[in-house]
Design a binder for this molecule. Sequence first.
Ligand SMILES: NC(=O)c1ccc[n+]([C@@H]2O[C@H](COP(=O)([O-])OP(=O)(O)OC[C@H]3O[C@@H](n4cnc5c(N)ncnc54)[C@H](O)[C@@H]3O)[C@@H](O)[C@H]2O)c1
Length: 317
Amino acid sequence: MSLDQDLFIIIMNFLLETLQVLFMSLVYSLEALIRLFIPTRKKNVSGEIVLLTGAGSGIGRLMALEFARLGARLVLWDINEDGNKETALMIKETHGARAYTYTCDCSDREEVYRIANQVKREVGDITILINNAGIVTGKKFLESPDSLVEKSMEVNSLAHFWTYKAFLPAMIAANHGHLVSIASSAGLIGVNGLADYCASKFAAVGFAESMALELLAMGCDGVKTTIVCPFFINTGMFDGANTKWPRIMPILEPEYACRKIVDAVRKDQVYLYIPRSIYIAIAMKNLLPTKMGVLLGEYLGAFNFMAKFKGHGNKSK
Ligand SMILES: NC(=O)c1ccc[n+]([C@@H]2O[C@H](COP(=O)([O-])OP(=O)(O)OC[C@H]3O[C@@H](n4cnc5c(N)ncnc54)[C@H](O)[C@@H]3O)[C@@H](O)[C@H]2O)c1
C-alpha cells in the first residue's frame, strides 16, 4: 500500500469516528433532554441483598430502613455495635424484616475480608454495596492529629477499596449489581478547615468513577455505580457547621437526602449532587478565573463553613 493510500485511510477513519461521536453526542443530549420531562423508571430492589457500611446512625440508618421498606434484604455493618443493632430492631419493628448485623471496622482491611466471607456464607452475595461509613476530623490541618488524618483516609476512602475487592467479583460474575459511594460535595471542591476530609472524599469520588469506567471497559454493563455528593446533612456529623445562604446552600434534612439517594440508585443515576446548586458551583469552579472563583466562594460563605464546627465526635477507633 502506498503512503497516499495509508494517509487516505487514516483521514477517513478519523472523519468516520468523529462523525460517529458527534451523532451519538446528539442522541445522548436528546435522551437527557427527554429525561428532564419524562421521569425515569425506578428499578425494583426487592430481593436484592444490600450491604450498608455505617448503618448504625444518620443516613446509613435511614437508607437501611428505606431499602427494607422496598423489600431488599439488609446486611448492616458498623463499628458501633449498639447503633447497628438499634437499626436492625427498627427494621424489624417497622417492616417486620430481619436485618443481618455485623460489627466491623471497615478501615481494617483484614477485618473487612474476614467479615465479608462470613456474610457470603451466612447471607449470600451482596448485590448492592453502599459505602457510607464516614468520619470527620473538623480541625485546621496543622492542628489535626496524624492519627485522625490517617483514620479519615482509611474510613472515607481506603475502606472502599477493600469492600470492592470483597464483593465486586461476584457482581461481575453475575453481571448484576450496584456500587454506591456516599462521598460529599467536599469530594468535588476544597473547603477551608476540611483538608483531610476533602482529600479522602476526592479519593472516594475518583475511585468510584474510575471503577465505573473499568467495569464499562470490560463490558460489564450490568454493574451500576452511583456517586453521591451532598452538602451538609443535619445528622450531627457536622453539627455547628453553618451556611451563609441557606436558600441556595441549605443544610439538608436527612430524610430528604436519603430519599434522593435511594431514588438515584433505583434510577441507575451515576452522579447525585444535592442540593442542585452544587452542580452550578462545580461548573463555576471549572469555568471561572481562579480569583473570581475564590471571590464567589467567599461570597457564598465557603471560608467560614467550619468556623463553629462541633461535630458529634469520632466513634471510630
Ligand atoms: N452529615 C453530613 O453533613 C454529610 C455531608 C456529606 C456527606 N456525608 C457522608 O455521609 C456518610 C454518612 O454520614 P452521616 O451524616 O450519616 O454520619 P454519622 O456519623 O451519623 O454516620 C456515620 C456512621 O459510620 C460509622 N462508622 C464510623 N467509622 C466507622 C468504621 N471505621 N467502620 C464502620 N463504621 C464506621 C459510625 O459509627 C456511624 O454510624 C459519611 O460518609 C459522610 O462523610 C455526610
